[in-house]
Design a binder for this molecule. Structure first.
Ligand code: NAP
Length: 280
């Protein structure tokens, strides 16, 4: 029997941006776009709850000895602070039109990052040996950190299977930005090997937005390529229950709002199954 195609999970945080197309449009039917970025970074101040959710979900391997991959555009890779690049315990898979130009820099960054992670693992092992709390064994079982550079989405998926498949590749996430989300959505499940395409989306709002204070939005210049109202059964999308998202991500997701400072965030998910394609 052929292997079951691997799900591809888009993970994204969005904020609603009402964008009137005519001056006569009433605020109740103003189209909502989903903002994801501004000036090469996120539109909102750091949301610790969401960042740690992202880190846990994308780095937690589905089985011991496996490692997850995160696929991203070169601009998203460069938006990660230099001292955190490439993100630990995952295979960063960077898409660029300048593969040969980018490879040497990424190779250097991988070596630097691995050296720093090894040093902190050694320090933690030494500390746990003196304290005898068993953390050293845990450290050794952590997934490795790596990065590859590819010329496109198909090449990235192929390269991941070739290099890491064979029981070593865990979950595969697409972490942005807009150009790469767009490439995945344009191909759809049918164009990506037939595995389901899933979206795990964090909604981010300023407090007061839901109560009608729609002046309180973030400034955005980069948007998720599908607007909120376009998600629907007609386009092949199905909104899933929090229980299903919980199963996808490996930890409890309730869909309820969580407040952090002046911001609120919540997670929900959508899924297109392998029989659907995304069409304009
Ligand atoms: N809210 C969120 O969850 C989230 C997540 C990720 C990113 N973001 C934000 O999104 C913004 C970045 O998004 P973006 O759309 O501008 O950039 P992006 O998708 O991260 O990267 C674009 C780059 O990817 C490469 N690329 C794109 N299509 C390609 C193709 N068909 N073949 C080969 N290479 C290709 C090109 O790299 P080269 O220029 O090197 O050729 C291109 O410049 C930032 O503001 C970031 O903070 C937000």
């Amino acid at each position: 029997m052929p292997p079951t195609p691997r799900p591809l999970t888009i993970i994204v945080a969005t904020t609603p941006i009402p964008t009137p197309t005519t001056t006569t449009e009433s605020s109740s039917n103003t189209p909502i776009r989903l903002g994801i970025g501004h000036s090469g970074t996120l539109p909102w101040p750091r949301i610790k709850t969401d960042m740690s959710f992202f880190a846990r979900v994308t780095s937690r391997p589905p089985a011991p000895g496996t490692i997850n991959a995160i696929i991203m555009g070169r601009k998203t890779y460069d938006s990660v602070p230099a001292h955190l690049r490439p993100l630990a315990k995952r295979i960063s898979t960077i898409i660029t039109r300048d593969v040969e130009g980018l490879k040497p820099r990424v190779a250097r960054e991988v070596e630097d990052r691995k050296a720093k992670l090894a040093a902190s693992a050694a320090a933690a092992a030494a500390a746990s040996a003196s304290g005898g709390n068993g953390n050293a064994a845990q450290q050794q079982q952590q997934p490795a950190t790596d990065a590859i550079v590819c010329g496109g989405l198909d090449e990235a998926l192929q390269e991941l299977e070739t290099r890491y498949g064979e029981g070593k590749l865990g979950k595969v996430f697409v972490i942005g930005g807009a150009e790469i989300y767009g490439a995945v959505l344009a191909k759809g499940a049918g164009g990506l090997g037939g595995g389901p395409v899933r979206i795990v989306m964090t909604n981010v709002e300023k407090k007061g937005y839901a109560e009608g204070d729609q002046g309180e939005v973030f400034e955005c210049d980069t948007f998720f390529p599908v607007d909120e109202e376009l998600f629907g059964e007609k386009e092949g999308w199905r909104r899933v229950t929090p229980e299903e998202v919980t199963e996808w991500v490996g930890e409890e997701v309730t869909g309820r709002w969580i407040e952090e400072g002046m911001l609120g965030c919540r997670w929900w998910g959508m899924n297109v199954n392998s029989m659907c394609t995304i069409e304009d």
